[in-house]
Design a protein around this ligand. Structure first.
Ligand SMILES: [Zn+2]
Length: 313
């Protein structure tokens, strides 16, 4: 029954949807100089001992993207995969700073290519975009990215996100950005409490006034923060397999998702970077059900939250 239900993905990185096969295709198409030349080698890249390994893989894959039209290929593949799981609504997180400031790709041309791919599938899925300011790129690039986002609303850009290194680049650096984002009419989400502690989540709530929190699982360490999330109905975008793969959590049983749910925190279920973590939303549902963490009824409620807390107007 859960397979057939319409579903929504709120926390899924577009660049994290590139399959090993497509990575290889991009290596060949863009003549990338690398020792990685086979599918097996690409797959090996997607095994991590820690978060640094994951980051290395992410940077490598991002480097395989060399032109705006690569985004058409990536989006086509990502949307086809989502539709095969009966996902009818997606809010892709896209991180332009890396491509527009470091590689000099054109932001609007990238969006045109994403939309070209969307055109083929628009009768089956609604696609909105969240623009990630990327903490590591700093304040100035953040402001520039925000201005571009404002000019691209016709491409269904509905939200501003903040990903990247939450330890080195704390939320307070982006307080003004989030204030402006709200002024521009954007909804906001902030990755917090994945690598950082509960303070990082508190800052995302109190300083950035984020509408949703990406991950946020370390809120489990702070009762007062849990109360704050419950009181203000701030949902978490939980991505269990992602947390296991990057070794933040040791097992599904030890994942705080159930405890947070029991304490009344609103939970949405997501895949984060499906290709990198060898998962998808359907798999997330299956593992939580098979490990008896949630009943079918509870999972239906969690899946409905995906629509309820979306940034779709
Ligand atoms: Zn993420």
């Amino acid at each position: 029954m859960l397979n057939q239900l319409p579903k929504a993905e709120l926390h899924i990185h577009l660049e994290g949807c590139i399959s090993p096969k497509t990575v290889l295709r991009l290596i060949q198409r863009n003549k990338i100089e690398t020792e990685i030349q086979t599918l097996k080698q690409v797959r090996n890249l997607f095994h991590y001992n820690d978060f640094t390994d994951f980051l290395k893989a992410f940077v490598f894959v991002s480097n395989c993207i060399q032109s705006e039209s690569d985004f058409e290929i990536i989006t086509q593949e990502a949307l086809a995969n989502l539709i095969s799981q009966n996902i009818t609504y997606v809010e892709f997180i896209f991180s332009p700073p890396i491509f527009i400031f470091y590689k000099n790709l054109n932001y609007f041309k990238i969006l045109e290519n994403i939309w070209k791919a969307y055109g083929t599938f628009a009768n089956k899925i609604k696609m909105n975009l969240q623009i990630d300011l990327v903490r590591n790129c700093g304040e100035e690039m953040g402001f520039k990215t925000l201005e571009l986002a404002k000019k691209s609303k016709e491409f269904n850009v509905v939200g501003i996100n903040l990903g990247g290194d939450e330890l080195q680049f704390p939320a307070k650096m982006f307080e003004r950005h989030f204030l402006i984002a709200k002024d521009f009419g954007f909804k906001t989400s902030c990755h917090a409490g994945e690598w950082g502690n509960s303070q990082s989540i508190k800052d995302a709530v109190n300083l950035l006034k984020a509408d949703r929190i990406g991950h946020g699982i370390r809120s489990i360490e702070d009762e007062s923060l849990i109360e704050l999330l419950v009181r203000n109905e701030i949902p978490l975008e939980v991505c269990p397999t992602s947390n296991l793969e990057t070794k933040i959590v040791n097992s599904y049983q030890q994942h705080p998702i159930r405890e947070l749910y029991d304490k009344g925190v609103k939970i949405t279920l997501n895949s984060d970077d499906p290709s990198f973590f060898k998962t998808n939303l359907q798999n997330e549902i299956d593992v939580l059900f098979e490990n008896e963490i949630f009943s079918e009824k509870e999972l239906i409620e969690i899946l409905q939250n995906g629509f309820k807390y979306s940034f779709e107007k």
